[in-house]
Design a protein around this ligand. Structure first.
Ligand code: AMP
Ligand code: ZN
Length: 111
């Protein structure tokens, strides 16, 4: 996806504050954090949102969800954290490359 900002980050065309990378997943800090810790986990392969995922995305989705608590702990979120996946315009999604937000460190926040 040539016009996708997160694909450009994956390709190294746009810089990011990288937290973690492997062959399938990239993790970087959100450029506009809403809490002291706010990072995003994304699949390297473009998929627009959770609504576009199918069985072929099962492994990378599992990998991302298992990675989230590990990286949250490493970022100091030992008391817990929020995970947010905005899906579609009605779900408040602004960047149409699937991403899982991990947010924490700002005290308790009721849903
Ligand atoms: P969403 O509403 O879930 O699509 O959120 C998109 C998120 O991407 C927002 O929290 C933005 O601050 C974040 N974002 C947009 N551009 C960048 C970028 N270049 N580097 C890091 N985060 C970004
Ligand atoms: Zn993309």
């Amino acid at each position: 996806m040539s016009d996708c900002i997160f694909c450009k980050i994956v390709a190294g065309e746009i810089p990011c504050r990288k937290l973690y990378e492997d062959e399938d997943v990239l993790v970087f800090h959100d450029i506009h954090p809403v809490a002291p810790v706010h990072f995003m986990l994304i699949p390297k392969a473009h998929v627009a949102s959770l609504a576009e995922c199918d069985q072929s995305h099962r492994d990378v989705l599992g990998k991302i969800l298992l990675l989230a608590p590990k990286l949250a702990w490493e970022q100091g979120l030992t008391d817990g954290f929020r995970t947010v996946i905005n899906t579609g315009r009605g779900g408040g999604q602004e960047v149409f490359h699937l991403h899982v937000h991990v947010i924490g460190g700002g005290g308790p926040r009721p849903l």
